[in-house]
Design a protein around this ligand. Structure first.
Ligand code: C5P
Length: 216
């Protein structure tokens, strides 16, 4: 009998892109299918956790026995995450949150005329860093999608955000694909994972999280 490694734990995740509206028909977004986050939600559930998935706009089915909260913008995503963060044991930020949003959304469709419009952008909150800065933070896991220097960039991000575990992801090899090239970075160093389907990688990440969690 193998006890489920996350039994009795609550896991909160973000997944997918965010969409920052410019006007009723346009917006700024990131390329993200949501597949890695959804695979992780499923793997956490398989490991016995109670799972809440705060999802940006994606075309994926809700994983079995996972509570999904659908959001669109980074501000909505942050609100839902903050509502649940105090009650979870693990937070995994997989979402590709847009770094910037238009300062205001035009209520009318912007008409094409004369010179191109100037859209003033303001910075979005860093949801993961906010959760990690809570007085009693859950065990926080981040993703670092990098196009180069995976090691240096991912480890620097882990330190900057003050989180125990970050998953480095080489984007050229992972975007939109069902496979990914991932390396885990934690206090013990770097652990490259063999290239595999996202659900297999998700199970390995969950195993690492379960190992690093404080025993209760
Ligand atoms: O800061 P950067 O986008 O490089 O780091 C990526 C990690 O931070 C991911 O885990 C992502 O979900 C999270 N993040 C976030 N809120 C942001 C930007 C990134 O939660 N505004």
């Amino acid at each position: 009998f193998q006890p489920k490694p996350l039994a009795g734990r609550r896991v909160l995740l973000t997944a997918g892109p965010t969409f920052e509206a410019i006007d009723p028909v346009r917006g700024i977004t990131n390329l993200s299918s949501g597949r890695m986050g959804y695979a992780l939600a499923r793997a956490c559930r398989e490991a016995g956790a109670e799972v809440t998935l705060v999802s940006g706009p994606v075309h994926l089915q809700r994983p079995h026995r996972v509570v999904r909260i659908e959001t669109s913008s980074a501000l909505e995503m942050r609100e839902e995450v903050m509502r649940h963060a105090a009650h979870c044991d693990v937070f995994i930020g997989v979402a590709a949150v847009a770094d910037y949003r238009p300062e205001t959304m035009s209520m009318q469709k912007i008409k094409k005329k004369g010179s191109p419009p100037a859209i003033k952008l303001v910075e979005n909150p860093d949801i993961l860093a906010e959760v990690a800065a809570l007085a009693k933070p859950p065990f926080c896991v981040g993703f670092a999608a990098e196009s180069e220097q995976l090691g240096e960039n991912a480890e620097a991000k882990r330190q900057r955000k003050g989180i125990p575990l970050i998953v480095g992801n080489l984007v050229q090899e992972s975007l939109g694909s069902d496979q990914a090239t991932l390396t885990l970075f934690d206090d013990e160093g770097r652990h490259p994972l063999p290239v595999a389907p996202k659900i297999e990688l998700a199970r390995q990440i969950v195993a690492r999280i379960a190992n690093l969690l404080e025993p209760r």
